[in-house]
Every structure is written in structure tokens, then in C-alpha cells.
Design a protein around this ligand. Structure first.
Ligand code: ADP
Ligand code: MG
Length: 254
């Protein structure tokens, strides 16, 4: 793992009117890592992501993405990043290939829709409309749209919320696969098992402040070292293991 920061956030502050949503947070995201932003609803995760994505104005602070300062080179940053588009922007009359062609037209690069659909395992849905997809397929398509401009960094805001256990695991594989090709991933999630499996490092945000930042392993070890104990798990499996064992690992959406 290289330790070169590809995103550097310093003293980021965001006020909505009188409300202080982000209260001076600083963190680096290293090139090639999967970085998790964790925190309760309303903690400021989406606000932070959307500011880095150039979709929202910050109140103050400094953001550098791959050497470009957000204040004077937002368009350079836009070229480097993959952003999940709002699904309301998916024209209902167009199929998946047509949507990718449409979005591809927004960037100047060439995009091969079937290759891209293959990356997210949706080739056989090429002629389907977005609304005809299962929840997991919709998320995979949404991730495909982030890859259209061959970004160095992608942002995924709660990509697995609402998915069944199989679809969630399938998405983990896809995200790991994208990272293994060199793309840096920033993800938010409410599932701690997911963060533990996927993320190299996580920042825990609460009420607009970062209260912890390290690898999941380090955070767990620190908690244990501080004397934390819980009753030993006596069972070798949990209900999710039962579910996966009984229903299988394969996707059930087709
Ligand atoms: P998270 O993604 O961690 O759930 P958000 O970044 O969406 O949190 O929101 C952080 C806080 O800012 C919340 O209290 C939310 O209600 C508030 N907030 C978000 N967007 C706006 C907005 N456009 N106007 C006013 N308040 C907002
Ligand atoms: Mg959010």
C-alpha cells in the first residue's frame, strides 16, 4: 500500500445557515486505498463527500485532490473523480446502454458501454430500463456510471443500503475489484461488518467532527487494550451465516 495522499482535507467547515454540519475536519485519503466514512445519520458524511466532489460549496477549509486545489481547479478535480449520479437523472425511456452513451457524451473520452456493463456484471441487462433492475443491479449500474470517465477516485455514498446479503457481498467483490485496478475508493456505510471487510482505514464522524481515524484492526485493538470486554461469542456462526448457508451465495435477482 502506497502512503501517498490523493485527497487532503484540512479544517473543513460547512454551515447551513446557523447550523454547523461539519466542524473543522482534517484527513488524508491515500492513493489506492478504500477509505470509509462512518457515522450516525446527520454526522456530515454526505456533506463532506459532496464538497470534495465539487457538488456543494464549503464554508471554509482547504481541499487538495491529486495536487489540485478545489478553490482554483474544480474542473481539473471533476475530471479525476467518479461521482454517482442521482437516479432521477436516468431518463426513463432509455436502456442501460443508451444511458451510458448519454453520460459518456458528457465527458470527452470514449466509452464502450458493453465493456463497462461487463465490469459490473450487467451485460445481460444491456437492453433493460433502469426501473426494471433489482436493487443490487441498480447499485451496480450506479457504480458503472461512476467509472465512465476512468476516474482515479470514486465516491460511493451508502452503496449497499437496503440490499439483501447476497447482493451486498456481490457489491463488496465489485468494489474490491475496482480498487485492485488502482482506483481509490471513498465509501460511506452504516454496516460495520462491511467497513471491517472492505476498508483499509476508516474515519468515524460524529456531529461534524472526526472522533477516530485508523484501520479497523487498529481501532478494535485500541478498544480492547483500553479494557473493553464483551461476553464471548459461544456460537461459531450467526444468523447471517445461516441465511447465506440456506439460500446460497449466488445472486437471486434475475
Ligand atoms: P450524513 O450523510 O452523515 O447522514 P449529511 O451530511 O447528509 O449527514 O447531513 C449533516 C447535517 O446537515 C444533518 O443534520 C442534515 O440535516 C444537515 N443538512 C444536510 N444538507 C442540508 C441542507 N441542504 N440544508 C440544511 N441542512 C442540511
Ligand atoms: Mg448521508
Amino acid at each position: 500500500m502506497q502512503q501517498k495522499p490523493i485527497i487532503s482535507v484540512k479544517d473543513l467547515v460547512k454551515h447551513y445557515g446557523d447550523f454547523k454540519a461539519v466542524k473543522g475536519i482534517s484527513f488524508d485519503v491515500y492513493e489506492g486505498e478504500i477509505f470509509g466514512l462512518l457515522g450516525p445519520n446527520g454526522a456530515g458524511k454526505s456533506t463532506t463527500l459532496e464538497i470534495i466532489e465539487t457538488l456543494r460549496e464549503k464554508t471554509s477549509g482547504e481541499i487538495i485532490v491529486d495536487g489540485f486545489n478545489l478553490d482554483n481547479a474544480p474542473n481539473e478535480i471533476k475530471k479525476l473523480i467518479g461521482v454517482q449520479l442521482q437516479s432521477s437523472g436516468y431518463y426513463p425511456g432509455l436502456n442501460l446502454v443508451e444511458l451510458i452513451q448519454l453520460f459518456g457524451g458528457l465527458y470527452n473520452g470514449k466509452v464502450n458501454p458493453m465493456d463497462l456493463l461487463g465490469t459490473v456484471n450487467l451485460r445481460d441487462k444491456a437492453k433493460a430500463k433502469f426501473k426494471e433492475l433489482s436493487g443490487g443491479q441498480k447499485q451496480r449500474f450506479s457504480i458503472a456510471t461512476t467509472l465512465i470517465n476512468r476516474p482515479k477516485i470514486i465516491f460511493l455514498d451508502e452503496p449497499t443500503t437496503g440490499l439483501d446479503p447476497q447482493a451486498r457481498r456481490n457489491l463488496w467483490d465489485l468494489i474490491k475489484d475496482i480498487r485492485s485496478k488502482g482506483t481509490t475508493v471513498i465509501i460511506t456505510t452504516h454496516y460495520m461488518d462491511e467497513a471491517e471487510i472492505l476498508c483499509d482505514r476508516v474515519a468515524i464522524i460524529d456531529s461534524g467532527k472526526i472522533i477516530a481515524l485508523a484501520s479497523p484492526d487498529k481501532l478494535i485493538d485500541d478498544l480492547v487494550a483500553a479494557g473493553f470486554e464483551k461476553p464471548k461469542e459461544v456460537k461459531q456462526a450467526n444468523l447471517e451465516d445461516v441465511f447465506i448457508h440456506l439460500t446460497g451465495k449466488q445472486l437471486r435477482e434475475e
